[in-house]
Design a protein around this ligand. Structure first.
Ligand code: NAD
Length: 372
């Protein structure tokens, strides 16, 4: 099969959907790989490396006109018309974006949105949300450390002792747990909150303190279990108690990394404007949920803003700030997914009955297969 690897066109998108390492494997599996010139350049994978791996370097039209196209993000209005009706598209296509999916369906594409893969053990190696969120959690802490005008670790010097920074992490999923681990490694004192009770043990195993918002009703306890590993919106009473506790913890904090999300919904607001106002001057908030409206109403997408003496970092695409590693992991996720939709002869062979395939298949034969 002909596989196309176009250059990502979205502003700030530096990743690429295949690396020389994965291209080599596709070529060994009898695929023809067409890489758009410069597709990997911003992730430091030069054209030469793809050629050595067995790819052909082509222009955008040829890469987008392939039988199967691998992308990082959904195609834009300039790319979509260049894709052939009946072609297969694999990428992070945003399965909750009904309008975007309708455009893919109208273009006649068979589209797989990898973010929709179920959180089951067998899907771990192709889990794009995890591979990218992990890097985002790491990078968030480094951005915070860079912005913060003080150090993270406690330091005893001849000129006196510096206190360790206090970090609060809100949401302890993949990104949050990596943020906890990274902040700990840098020497911060860390505490974290999550709605799912299972997160408590994970937070504590990383040496952080769990910010406990006790459940007061069976309903609260039941909703907090989430579904499929994901959180669900909590009742207003629990959210109010959490907000009060978070406000108290944030006032003591130097760094806040917020990662709380609920799939397909606006991000829960956890840090109010009043809380920001009460925080120490010079403290830093990194809001990883900014793309979904933010965990803090004061954060602004793709900006660093200062409000009430607090810096709010709202970069929406943190994996793109570590493009080499982010691409390497993402490309391996796709390589693994390809095993479910192609055979050893390098032909398309979609395993229709496989639950990972059915979950990811969002468009086929002109129809959107997923409702919001
Ligand atoms: P996510 O990005 O959807 O959300 C981030 C975190 O925010 C979650 O931990 C969520 O519980 C939390 N959150 C939501 N509302 C909150 C609130 N009001 N206050 C505090 N926290 C709140 O989550 P994710 O990182 O994608 O991980 C979701 C789950 O999937 C986790 O349990 C993770 O361990 C699990 N997971 C399983 C697999 C697998 O088994 N294959 C792979 C990856 C992740």
């Amino acid at each position: 099969m002909q596989i196309g690897i176009p250059r990502e066109r979205l502003t700030g998108e530096t990743r690429v959907a295949a690396t020389p390492e994965t291209v080599k494997k596709y070529v060994a599996a009898k695929h023809t790989v067409l890489v758009e010139s410069g597709a990997g350049a911003r992730a430091h994978f030069p054209d030469d490396a793809y050629v050595q791996a067995g790819a052909q370097i082509v222009d955008a039209a040829q890469a987008l006109g392939a039988e199967l196209i691998m992308k990082v993000k959904a195609p834009d209005a300039s790319e979509l018309p260049q894709m052939k009706s009946g072609a297969v598209l694999v990428g992070m296509l945003d399965p909750f974006d009904q309008e975007g999916l309708a455009r893919l369906a109208a273009a006649g594409l068979t589209a797989f949105a990898l973010e929709a893969a179920p959180r089951i053990t067998r899907a771990q190696s192709l889990d794009v949300l995890s591979s990218q969120a992990n890097l985002a959690g790491y990078k968030a802490v480094l951005l915070a450390a860079n912005q913060y005008g003080r150090l993270f670790p406690m330091m005893m010097t001849a000129a006196g002792t510096l206190k360790a920074a206090r970090a609060v992490v809100l949401g302890a999923g993949v990104a949050g747990l990596q943020a906890i681990a990274t902040a700990k490694r840098l020497g911060a004192v860390v505490e974290a909150s999550d709605v799912r009770p299972a997160a408590k043990e994970q937070i504590e195993s990383l040496g952080a303190k769990f910010i406990d918002v006790p459940f007061e009703t069976d309903e609260e306890r039941e909703i907090a279990q989430g579904v499929g590993g994901y959180a669900r919106p909590m009742p207003a009473a629990w959210m109010a108690r959490q907000a009060a506790l978070v406000a108290e913890r944030c006032k003591q904090a130097d760094i806040v990394i917020s990662t709380a999300l609920i799939p397909g919904r606006p991000a829960p607001q956890l840090i109010s404007a009043e809380t920001v106002q009460a925080m120490k001057p010079g403290s830093v908030i990194v809001d990883l949920a900014v793309e979904r409206g933010g965990n803090c109403p004061l954060s602004e997408k793709d900006q660093i803003v200062e409000k009430h003496g607090v810096a709010l970092i709202g970069y929406s695409n943190l994996p793109a700030l570590v493009p080499h590693d982010a691409s390497a992991l993402y490309a391996r996720n796709i390589l693994d997914f390809m095993k479910l939709i192609s055979n050893a002869e390098g032909e398309l062979a979609i395993q229709q009955e496989d639950e990972i395939v059915t979950a990811c298949l969002v468009c086929k034969d002109g129809t959107v297969l997923r409702s919001a």
